[in-house]
Design a binder for this molecule. Structure first.
Ligand code: NAD
Ligand code: TDX
Length: 343
């Protein structure tokens, strides 16, 4: 029996990883550890919450003693660490939370693993990170695993710092760590502060669409279930001490992505073609806004055989359909109602 600790499982990506692991590995015991911040929503996991191999632990990774006690109690065999403060704009408003959770919280988990894993053979501490640690690209090129770190936002600086600690614990204390750095995810259950769910909500409700700067920034978009599949593969077959880049090979300039979204939604909502274009509102640019991210995921493809399965046209369409069909999920977040069910 394997006991796997997945942190941040009530969040966007974490909930997809939890679902995949709980359903695919009924012989694993899956522990979802989550503080349930504003971004954690157990409604994301309603379909699997009663499965016998799923367990929920409400806890804050910033509490080091608590992490140690949980590792002692449960003797986890593996960790997939997704818990984080994840929104760049919030990190500009309040950097400290990002340092506590993303840096201190990660080191607390590493310390707990170090204290408990006397025989680290077969154990895995898998840290989920972002392409934003590499900084910003010009018109050409792509981030490789060897690209030097150059974070610009407090969010990416904190994630970069946590990555460095993970590598340091591997090199210094022989903790069997793995890191992956992924590009922008999209799909169901994403908190509607991020570009795609926010704009779906605003288009539906005819609210202005705040496009930062000129909308010329480029992001590489990956469907969240493709990311979850990559995490599954890397957790089981990746080499400890290694880093893997994960990307969609799917670059979009923000304004082009927004216009595509408007085209799809106007059609689905029975509006005239282009009707919602008038909602586009150019606003002051995000401070330190990275111009372009692009991922070279060759290593993951050649070494482990991973490639994204879901074509963007299909994934984007499915995503819009999900938010339109789950109007209540969105409304309960926007109204704050979802917080009232928290234990
Ligand atoms: P999210 O904000 O949707 O979810 C984060 C989860 O972590 C929430 O459930 C929250 O309650 C929990 N959490 C926050 N602070 C905590 C704490 N102190 N203790 C315990 N739990 C805590 O984030 P996401 O978009 O799902 O991202 C998950 C991970 O993937 C993050 O590490 C992020 O850096 C990384 N990542 C995200 C993307 C993306 O596009 N969203 C891309 C690459 C990497
Ligand atoms: O209202 C908006 N207007 C706008 O123009 C928002 C919310 C965003 N944007 C722009 C900023 C970015 O160029 O859209 C792009 C995407 O923004 P976000 O959805 O905030 O994502 P990003 O900043 O790229 O970071 C995301 O991808 C990498 C996740 O939030 C991170 O957690 C992940 O590591």
């Amino acid at each position: 029996m394997k006991k796997i600790l997945i942190t941040g499982g009530a969040g966007f990506i974490g909930s997809h990883v939890i679902r995949l692991f709980v359903n695919k590995y009924p012989h694993y015991e899956i522990y979802n550890l989550d503080k349930l911040t504003y971004a954690g929503n157990l409604e994301n996991l309603q379909d699997i919450e009663n499965k016998p191999n799923y367990h929920f632990i409400k806890a804050d990774i910033v509490e080091g003693e608590k992490m140690l006690a949980l590792f002692k109690e449960h003797q986890f065999d593996g960790v997939i660490h997704l818990a984080a403060e994840s929104h760049v704009d919030r990190s500009i408003e309040n950097p400290m939370e990002f340092i506590y959770t993303n840096v201190v919280g990660t080191v607390n988990l590493l310390n707990a693993a170090r204290a408990i894993w006397k025989e680290p053979d077969g154990k895995r501490f898998y840290h989920i990170s972002t392409d934003e640690v590499y900084g910003s690209l010009g018109e050409t090129g792509a981030f490789q695993e060897t690209t030097p770190y150059d974070p610009h936002s407090p969010y990416s600086a904190a994630k970069a710092s946590s990555d460095h600690f993970v590598r340091a614990y591997h090199d210094t204390f022989k903790i069997p760590t793995i890191i992956s750095n992924c590009s922008n995810n999209y799909g169901p259950n994403q908190f509607p502060e991020k570009l795609i769910p926010l704009f779906i909500h605003n288009i539906k409700n005819k609210i202005a669409l705040p496009v930062y700067g000129q909308g010329v920034n480029v992001r590489d978009w990956l469907y969240v279930e493709d990311h979850a599949a990559a995490i599954d593969l890397i957790f089981h077959q990746g080499k400890t001490g290694e880093t893997y880049n994960i990307g969609g090979n799917n670059e979009w300039k923000n304004i082009d992505l927004i216009k595509k979204l408007i085209e799809i939604m106007d059609n689905k909502l029975g509006r005239a073609a282009g009707e919602s274009l008038e909602l586009i509102t150019y606003v002051t640019d995000r401070a330190g806004h990275d111009l372009r991210y692009a991922i070279d995921a060759t290593k993951l493809k050649t070494e482990l055989g991973w490639e994204p399965k879901i074509k963007f046209t299909e994934g984007f369409d499915k995503t819009v359909d999900w938010y339109l069909a789950n109007e209540l999920w969105l409304q309960r977040i926007v109204s704050g109602e979802y917080r009232k069910t928290i234990c």
